[in-house]
Ligand binder design. Structure first.
Ligand SMILES: Cc1cc2nc3c(=O)[nH]c(=O)nc-3n(C[C@H](O)[C@H](O)[C@H](O)COP(=O)(O)OP(=O)(O)OC[C@H]3O[C@@H](n4cnc5c(N)ncnc54)[C@H](O)[C@@H]3O)c2cc1C
Length: 384
């Protein structure tokens, strides 16, 4: 019997598999497709990501550095000379789309705030690290059932070779926002699932600012320069709020034709519990995401580390230790993230006023909204 069976090999699942194997546990991980595919993520992360990778990962995965964000209350289409004019090269020569200065509120640091990385490559890299540590990572293996018993869990696993039953002392559900494991264990759903869409313009863009448009209901649209990999346009909002139409408007506003469109769900608001008798959730399955950006790569891997440190597969009461450890670390950040997100729904004049008053140099860490109250942020406000 395995110590841990991990379902899903995104960043949190792979991170857990790697670290648990390094601790000497017998780990098997199942990934329903090929690791990293299909892509449904911007891969825009704080530089902390490099603390979770191998030493040479940056050379392989890095696409662009970002040191700030321009916030716009309106969408690009409403901004007059917003990039409609000219082709991609022309816009790139001009330094990207132009915005009405009154509707462009920059927040920035002098140094790098975040990196844009190859997300498919990141997943593959993390899965390789898990394999190197001794975890048995099996691609094209879909978990279709989980049964919990007093002393073990049994997984039904389908693969091209057939269907098998795999026993483990514990199961980690790292199978994303629509987690099957969560359902099978009878655990509650996240508070909300947003619908995120992405599309790409291949024209290279090395600017070090992203653009954020507060033009989508209760969330936002974005433009991320990805260096030689082109430019990504994206938008997320509650499903049913005309996400696709809004995305068309974003594309039209920038005057671009987008390729390789894809979409995915973004869970917001962790459920009350993410542990059962012999199972626990990690990453999007547990909605370990930032409510004000939807980003979950770093929170999911951070929670995976707490899981490895706390959970003893021979002693189920340690699941409660994991539950409190990740919440002690991330709950305050998530609560504050919810509050920040409320600003996206304020009336436009209030948004303009607030953005105008607060914009400028910042000292905030992008994964830690509580750093808004840090000495560094206070200094930035006082000197700007
Ligand atoms: C449009 C969009 C943009 C985003 N941009 C960012 C960003 O810039 N930065 C950031 O930090 N986060 C971003 N996110 C969020 C980020 O993608 C997730 O938080 C992150 O992928 C969570 O990882 P995960 O492994 O928990 O879930 P997933 O990445 O969804 O991985 C789950 C894995 O489990 C596998 N799986 C599912 N069911 C089964 C099964 N039954 N059996 C076996 N395997 C299974 C899936 O194939 C998948 O590989 C974005 C999300 C979206 C939708």
């Amino acid at each position: 019997m395995h110590d841990f069976a991990v379902v899903g090999c995104g960043p949190p699942g792979a991170r857990f598999a790697r670290r648990a194997a390094e601790e000497g546990y017998d780990v098997v991980a199942f990934e329903k497709g090929r690791v990293g595919e299909p892509l449904a993520c911007s891969g825009h992360v704080s530089t902390d990501v490099w603390g979770f990778t191998g030493p040479d990962a940056r050379d392989e995965l890095f696409q662009n550095r970002v040191r700030g964000a321009r916030f716009h209350v309106a969408g690009a289409a409403e901004n007059g000379d917003s990039g409609r004019n000219g082709n991609a090269d022309e816009r790139a020569r001009k330094g990207g789309p132009q915005f009405d200065a009154e509707d462009s509120h920059p927040f920035y640091k002098d140094e790098t705030v975040s990196n844009v990385i190859d997300r498919v490559g990141l997943d593959r890299h993390l899965a390789d690290l898990a394999r190197d540590a001794g975890a048995d990572v099996r691609e094209r293996h879909t978990v279709t059932g989980v049964d919990e018993y007093e002393d073990r869990v049994e997984l039904t696993v389908k693969s091209p070779e057939g269907t098998e039953t795999v026993a483990a002392k514990m199961v980690a559900g790292a199978d994303g926002p629509r987690s099957r494991v969560r359902d099978e264990l009878g655990l509650p759903e996240p508070g909300e699932l947003l619908h995120g869409v992405l599309g790409f313009d291949p024209a290279p863009d090395h600017q070090d600012f992203v653009d954020v448009h507060l033009s989508a209901p209760r969330f936002f649209a974005w433009r991320i320069p990805r260096g030689d990999a082109g430019v990504e346009y994206g938008l997320a909002a509650p499903p049913g709020d005309g996400v696709r139409d809004l995305f068309e408007e974003l594309q039209a506003g920038y005057g671009v034709e987008l390729e390789n469109r894809c979409s995915g769900a973004i869970p917001i608001g962790p459920p009350e519990t993410v542990t059962s008798r012999r199972g626990f959730l990690l990453g999007d399955a547990a909605a370990q995401t930032k409510p004000f950006t939807g980003g979950g790569i770093l929170y999911g891997m951070t929670a995976a580390d707490h899981a490895v440190e706390r959970i003893d597969p021979d002693w189920p009461p340690t699941l409660a230790d994991y539950e409190s450890a990740w919440r002690d670390d991330l709950s305050r950040e998530i609560r504050l993230g919810h509050l920040l997100r409320r600003a996206y729904s304020l009336p436009e004049p209030v948004q303009r006023l607030g953005l105008g008053a607060l914009s400028g140099e910042i000292g905030v860490h992008m994964d830690r909204p509580t750093s808004l109250f840090s000495r560094e942020q206070l200094k930035a406000w006082l000197t700007s």
